[in-house]
Design a protein around this ligand. Structure first.
Ligand code: UD1
Ligand code: PEP
Length: 429
């Protein structure tokens, strides 16, 4: 099993190219199920989750071909990928494939909309909470789907097609918003989604669906209106830069010190996180082609943070921010409001010498002046990278085990960090 070995204490200097967003690539890839024609996606990151979804789509009959990459990037970085779902050969998404990744459940939306039936295993994904699917089922039922849950599978039918309706999300859900937007695109009549998620990945999916011929307005606000169409066509769409990867590397610079340009990053996708990072004492400068992050000679100021749906501070940056706060000059409180069990990095950060106590959904972090390297274990995707951030500033050697979690969402992390002078290497047994 691969591990990452970090020798801490080096500042980061240089350029880090930001990859296409995992959390946008996944729903846009799934949207290819909505049309017989080819959907071409640019800037698709080369990640374990993307490759797993390619397998899942292949099981439904989607033909996938890879044909390009950004000029400045080495082989293996974000690519242009074609997806063609000429025929859907199977409307079942089996447990063996779906259990590895939460987002694979989202195929339920296009399958029911295009084929009038779907049988999809209940999902897996990061173990950060119970992560039910009730909102998906309520929403699809509002569009006229019949739904049964049987032997761990959601079995859904809409013999006469889906019918547009008004649906008010009782709670904001990114995944359920993606799924209902896709399903409603091929429903008869108008669908109005209220209290919808406003994440940039929702906007990216709406752009993609619109290029495919869907009629969608309001994406990026909490009220999305979709006028169903009979068929969707092929299109070419670009995946947005990964705001979580951007925030992660910005926090890595804030932690280790130095001066790095995050090439291709878009500040407006993570303004709340950038504001918080600036409050810690790092200097953030928006550039035409990215974001410059600097921290030289100043200590790290403690800042309190509460995770919220977009445009608030993202839960997917909570662990990384806790990594940064372990070496602040005082006490910070980090409150997690999205997932009930997203603090598994706390005990691993403690192995490096961090002082963190948990009080319900709030972690109280008392900054220490020094961390010391140690073997640690990645417990989920963002938790694993919080350990890398801490390791960059820790004295001596930190070895992060179980980095298959990290490979789900960070394209060539060790290459990007060592390109900026960090001592980070992948060790394979
Ligand atoms: C692949 C992807 O894009 N994953 C992201 C997506 O996950 P995901 O789409 O799974 O997250 P949701 O926005 O759906 O979850 C938000 C909250 O709603 C709850 N909920 C959700 C659905 C449901 O049917 N019932 C229910 O109770 C969840 O348990 C959670 O407490 O958004 C999360 C919140 O920004 C991010 O952390 C994940 O990285
Ligand atoms: C939690 C995440 O992913 P998933 O929803 O696929 O588990 C994430 O990207 O941080």
């Amino acid at each position: 099993m691969d591990r990452i070995r970090i020798t801490g204490g080096r500042k980061l200097e240089g350029v880090i190219p930001i990859s296409g967003a995992k959390n946008a690539a996944l729903p846009l890839m799934i949207a290819s199920l909505l049309t017989r024609e080819t959907l071409t996606l640019e800037n698709v990151p080369d990640l374990a989750d993307v490759n797993q979804l390619i397998k899942i789509l292949g099981n439904h009959g989607v033909d996938v071909s890879v044909n390009g990459r950004r000029g400045s990037q080495k082989e293996g970085y974000s690519r242009t990928v074609n997806f063609t779902a000429g025929e859907i050969v199977d409307t079942t998404a089996p447990y063996e494939l779906v259990s590895k990744m939460r987002a694979s459940f989202w195929v339920i939306g296009p399958l029911i909309a295009r084929m009038g039936e779907a049988k999809v295993s209940l999902p897996g994904g990061c173990a950060i909470g119970t992560r039910p699917v009730d909102l998906f089922l309520e929403g699809l039922a509002a569009l006229g789907a019949e739904i049964d849950v049987d032997n761990g599978y959601v079995v859904t039918r809409a013999r006469h097609g889906l019918k547009g309706n008004r649906f008010v999300f009782p709670k904001i859900s990114v995944g359920a918003t993606h799924v209902l937007m896709m399903a409603a695109s091929l429903a008869r009549g108008e669908t109005v989604l209220e209290n919808a998620a406003r994440e940039p990945e929702i906007v990216n999916l709406a752009e993609c669906l619109t290029l495919m011929g869907a009629k969608i307005s309001g994406a990026g606000t909490s009220r999305i209106v979709i006028e169903g169409v009979d068929t969707l066509s092929g299109a070419t769409c670009k995946i947005i830069p990964d705001r979580i990867e951007t925030g992660t590397y910005a926090m890595a610079v804030a932690m280790a010190g130095g001066d790095v340009v995050l090439e291709g990053a878009r500040p407006e996708l993570l303004q709340s996180a950038l504001d918080v990072i600036a409050q810690t004492g790092a200097e953030i400068t928006p550039l035409n082609h990215g974001i410059r992050v600097r921290r030289n000679g100043h200590g790290i100021e403690p800042v309190d943070v509460t995770t919220e749906p977009f445009p608030g501070f993202p839960t997917d940056l909570q662990a990384q921010f806790m990594g940064l706060m372990t070496m602040s000059k005082g006490r910070s409180r980090i409150t997690e409001t999205i997932f009930e069990n997203r603090f598994m990095h706390v005990q691993e950060l403690a192995r490096l010498g961090a002082h963190i106590t948990l009080a319900g959904q709030t972690a109280v972090v008392d900054g220490v002046s020094k961390l010391k390297g140690a073997p640690v274990m990645a417990t989920d995707l963002r938790a694993s990278v919080s350990l890398v951030i801490a390791g960059l500033a820790a004295e001596g050697e930190t070895v992060v085990n179980r980095i298959y979690h990290l490979d789900r969402g960070f394209e060539r992390l060790e290459e990007k960090l060592s390109g900026c002078g960090a001592l980070v290497e992948r060790v394979s047994d």
